[in-house]
Design a protein around this ligand. Structure first.
Ligand SMILES: *Cc1c(COP(=O)(O)O)cnc(C)c1O
Length: 365
């Protein structure tokens, strides 16, 4: 492994890079947060100082997403995966069902977890038929009678697919795992009843999850829910039912402030689309590399590509790593490459990757 004296271009899918500006800020107040004489990591979650950090982070997030007041925002521990269990517990009574669009590993895991407790949940799309390179068009016609919600993964981190526009449904509310894209583009928030995102892709450190839900659509249930999965209980306690991941919340708060300084989601979206467009254009124009995802489904966050000659893959990866491009290896079962270019990846990082691809093609093409 090469070693570096500077930060590399970090294309990891998650945990992923955070804005250098945010990391510098956290570093500057690491030992002594605003004259308290202690780190945020070392202070009580019940004290005023932390309460302010938490409150400000939530109000900044609300502002960024332009959240109507009927939506609650709650920090949960347990990663995005905990929500695979928590959501069915909160929204389904015994024997009830929901519809799942199986567009990748994460959607499948959510479906299988729900099915363990609610055997009537159904799949309305199986992406395995297209090796997860395609997404469904979800309309009321394909929603099953009695489905309490329709569950989608808005951006499929592993395969590099995303819904360019979201389903508009009348028959059932829409729930989305937005782990790998929340805050990367503007959202028609009112089309969703539940949105959740593990923090480690585009928001902050791993282990922290944001859950946004429409309070008016939360049902009253006929069975108990484990406390740390209980939306109403966690919300009533202001994300402080138990000791939350305090330092991670602090970092997420710094990221929200950074996004506001940068012009909010509209500005992020414009930059992100520009970054993705030029990377896909380079790959499309290449004789050595290609992008397997059809254009209409291409993610702006996770750009998946491959070479036509597998023998060259390890050569490209070795060269990339040596030159300070980290995390380009594709997901373990997928092979090839994946460049995760979340909000924090600067345009210069994408430009440098484009130069690397062109240079490799010139010398190996
Ligand atoms: C990374 C990821 C997850 C898993 O997150 P954990 O925090 O590890 O549970 C779930 N869904 C999507 C879309 C992801 O990208």
């Amino acid at each position: 492994m090469p070693t570096f004296t500077h930060r590399v271009f970090n294309f990891n899918a998650g945990p992923a890079m955070l804005p250098t500006e945010v990391m510098e800020e956290a570093k500057s107040e690491f030992l002594n947060y605003k004259g308290t004489g202690m780190s945020v990591m070392e202070m009580s979650h019940r004290g005023n100082v932390f309460q302010n950090i938490l409150d400000e982070s939530l109000s900044d997030l609300r502002e960024l997403l332009e959240l109507p007041s009927r939506y609650a925002v709650v920090y949960f521990p347990g990663g995005a995966t905990l929500q695979f269990s928590a959501i069915p517990f909160n929204y389904l009574k015994v024997g009830e069902s929901a519809d799942f669009a199986l567009t990748g590993v994460w959607a499948k895991k959510a479906y299988e977890e729900a099915k363990k407790f609610y055997p009537n949940v159904k799949s309305i799309f199986n992406g395995a038929d297209s090796k997860y390179m395609e997404l469904p068009t979800i309309t009321d016609e394909i929603v099953n009678e009695g489905a309490k919600y329709v569950y989608i993964t808005s951006n499929n981190t592993i395969y590099g697919t995303r819904y360019k526009t979201f389903p508009k449904l009348k028959k059932a509310p829409l729930f989305a795992d937005m782990t790998s894209e929340l805050l990367s583009r503007k959202l028609p928030i009112e089309d969703f009843s539940v949105i959740f995102a593990g923090a480690q892709k585009n928001i902050g450190p791993s282990g922290l999850t944001l859950v946004i839900y429409d309070k008016e659509k939360l049902p009253t249930l006929d069975h108990p829910i484990p406390n740390l999965m209980n939306f109403a209980l966690m919300e009533k306690n202001g994300s402080l039912y138990n000791t939350p991941p305090t330092y991670s919340i602090y970092i997420a708060g710094l990221v929200f402030k950074y996004l506001k300084r940068k012009g909010g989601l509209e500005a992020m979206e414009a930059t992100n689309e520009r970054k993705a467009k030029k990377l896909y254009e380079t790959i499309d124009a290449s004789n050595l590399f290609y992008a397997p995802v059809p254009e209409e489904f291409r993610s702006a966050m996770n750009v998946v590509f491959r070479s036509h000659n597998e023998a060259l893959d390890s050569k490209f990866l070795a060269l990339a790593e040596e030159q300070g491009f980290a995390g380009l290896k594709g997901y373990r079962d997928m092979g090839g490459f994946r460049a995760s270019i979340y909000n924090a990846m600067p345009v210069e990082g994408v430009d440098a990757l484009i130069s690397l691809i062109k240079e490799f093609e010139r010398t190996h093409g």
